[in-house]
Design a protein around this ligand. Sequence first.
Ligand SMILES: [Zn+2]
Length: 330
Amino acid sequence: MDIDRLRKEFPDETACRAFFERIIWRDGRFCPHCGGMKSWTIKGKSARAGLYECGECGQQFTVTTKTPFHATKLSLWTWLQALYFILNSSKGVSSVFLAKWIGVSQKTAWKMGHAIREMMEIREFAPALAGVVELDEKYLGGKPRFKRDNDGNVVKHKRGHGTDKQPIFVAVERHGQVRAITFDSDTVPTIKGLTERFVRPDAHLMTDQHSAYQIVGKGFAAHSYVNHGNKEYARAGVHNNTAESFNSQLERAKQGVFHWLSKDHIQRYVNEVVFRWNQRRAVEKTSKTGERKVVMETLPIIEQMGALLSTAFGRQVRRSRVGGIRPVTT
Ligand SMILES: [Zn+2]
């Protein structure tokens, strides 16, 4: 879908607002102040469109109250366009380009990007990954741990210990979703805790030979180690190509747009790459030769926008005193 088609879908503010309301209030319109389910439209000349009054606490609200769009002076169409461009780009969009495309200042585009990324964070960590789950650690900006040299020999690079690279723990379900989070040390308790947080005990883990995984793997239905450089293993399905493919997405996003990442912001950018990865579903296809293959298909853009907006409530962002942006926790 191009931007003109999107405009046809959302021709005016009323249509944009209806979309926001349909997603954010999918279980019924609730008051963002008290949770009350009884409210009515405020009418009259001075009333803004989409303004409601709560029948329980008496306060006024709109669909953007206590969301990252709280008290926005921008049109909802401007926000929808920002969502569209950020979701549509495979590597992320810099605020300079976003500003140009949607007609706002670069400073505004930067703030919008952060507000949108705020909605990309997965906050419910019910262990959801199942089936074959590949675990890996990525040192953002570091060299790949296993790489072939010019003679085809496998070269092992040191893990990120003692470097200032930010380690990121990656758990990815083959043909499924990914979870990725920054962490401080690759000790057994840390890796065990993260794995149990994201992965169901009935999963089949695939990891490298790192000793911590040998202990962590005992808590799961099955555990195989990837033997880097051994083609037989890879043929038998023992590989972590999916995790490596995700890791290279992270790397590309970093090189493409986020040349410089402060530690505070790394998790947000990781969230963006994770969110994008998860906007795909597995589809089984049959090739001309009758071979069955599972491919990942990207969800339609409107569906992706809905997935993002569905997390909006409670994710208000506010400028902090030091000029950065921080989420509002209360
Ligand atoms: Zn209320």
